[in-house]
Ligand binder design. Structure first.
Ligand SMILES: [Fe+2]
Length: 307
């Protein structure tokens, strides 16, 4: 293996500097599974991911969220959006619970359980942080100040910190009743298709498929659509003189920014530790993104019908 303290090279002399420092160090140390050849293979796999998965139209050109950001929606359109998102939010819990159950390591199970617990209302807590600073104000829970770092370990549960309840506050502002949101019966066929695909792929028993779907979902979530939704709510409020709270979307945007940093590292770690089937990873990642695309396309058709 051609390596120096700073640089390592693949079998054909190609620089492997694009790998994370942790991986390069593992290659230098000759950790099992970590070879320069595997490093070079990962970099060509990553190039394939860029050109065959991350170029998916739901990541690069989401027509619905681009429209939403303009804030020109009427009341029926914004209500319809909140209803469909609430259905997704609840069905996501099922996918996340299945992902937790199907994890094949304790570490994986905890990573999934943490997301589930947080969705349900357990706030993140940084080590050493006092419980009074985890987003709780004396009179109410404020998602705009909920932490995005740390762990649910030692975190505090609040009903009001459940992500669904954040959506419920938006729905209530719009005059929707609790019985108008969140159930499967409120979902359009495309929303339900997306939710069912999440349960099948992201929450499925095949861990490799689950990892591919997870990677796809993370990259979609980090693609900037949360910002477009926040912008849309702000502008809608401006046009209508309303004060719809967008805390749900603001919190998710903040948390995604830091998730994005970890997603790449996780893929790299996974690649070196398993004999991942690259074609399957790209195929199932695309199946997941197709379902995400169906959700937004469904919203786009619905808003056209409600215009
Ligand atoms: Fe959430």
């Amino acid at each position: 293996m051609a390596s120096t303290a700073q640089n390592i090279f693949g079998p054909h002399g190609q620089a492997l500097g694009a790998l994370t420092e942790a991986t390069r160090e593992a290659i230098r140390r000759g950790q099992p599974g970590y070879t320069a050849q595997r490093g070079a293979a990962f970099l060509s796999f990553q190039a394939r991911i860029a050109s065959e998965l991350l170029n998916h139209s739901v990541i690069t050109a989401n027509r619905y969220t681009a429209w939403f950001a303009q804030g020109k929606q009427n009341e029926a359109q914004i209500k319809a959006f909140v209803v469909q998102f609430s259905v997704f939010s609840n069905q996501f819990l099922i996918a996340q619970l299945n992902k937790t159950i199907n994890a094949d390591t304790l570490e994986g199970m905890r990573a999934s359980k943490q997301i589930l617990a947080n969705e349900l209302g357990v706030t993140f807590r940084k080590p050493g942080e006092s419980r009074s600073t985890t987003g709780v104000r004396p009179t109410r829970f404020d998602p705009d100040h909920a932490g995005i770092e740390g762990s649910v370990q030692g975190g505090v549960f609040h009903f009001e910190a459940g992500h669904f309840e954040w959506l419920w506050t938006i729905a209530a502002h719009l005059g929707l009743g609790f019985g108008d949101i969140g159930h499967r019966r409120h979902g359009t066929p495309s929303t339900l298709y997306f939710c069912d695909e999440l349960i099948r792929l992201y929450g499925g028993e095949n861990y490799e498929i689950s990892q591919a779907a997870s990677y796809a979902v993370e990259n979609w979530a980090a693609a900037g659509f949360w910002k477009q939704l926040i912008e849309g709510f702000k502008r809608y409020n401006g046009h209508h003189g309303t004060r719809i709270p967008a805390g749900f979307f603001v919190w998710h945007d903040r948390v995604e920014a830091q998730h994005a940093r970890h997603t790449q590292e996780e893929l790299e770690e996974y690649y070196f530790q398993t004999a991942l089937n690259e074609d399957d990873f790209i195929r199932f990642g695309n199946e997941m993104l197709d379902a995400v695309g169906a959700f937004w396309a469904g919203l786009d058709a619905q808003r056209a019908a409600l215009s």
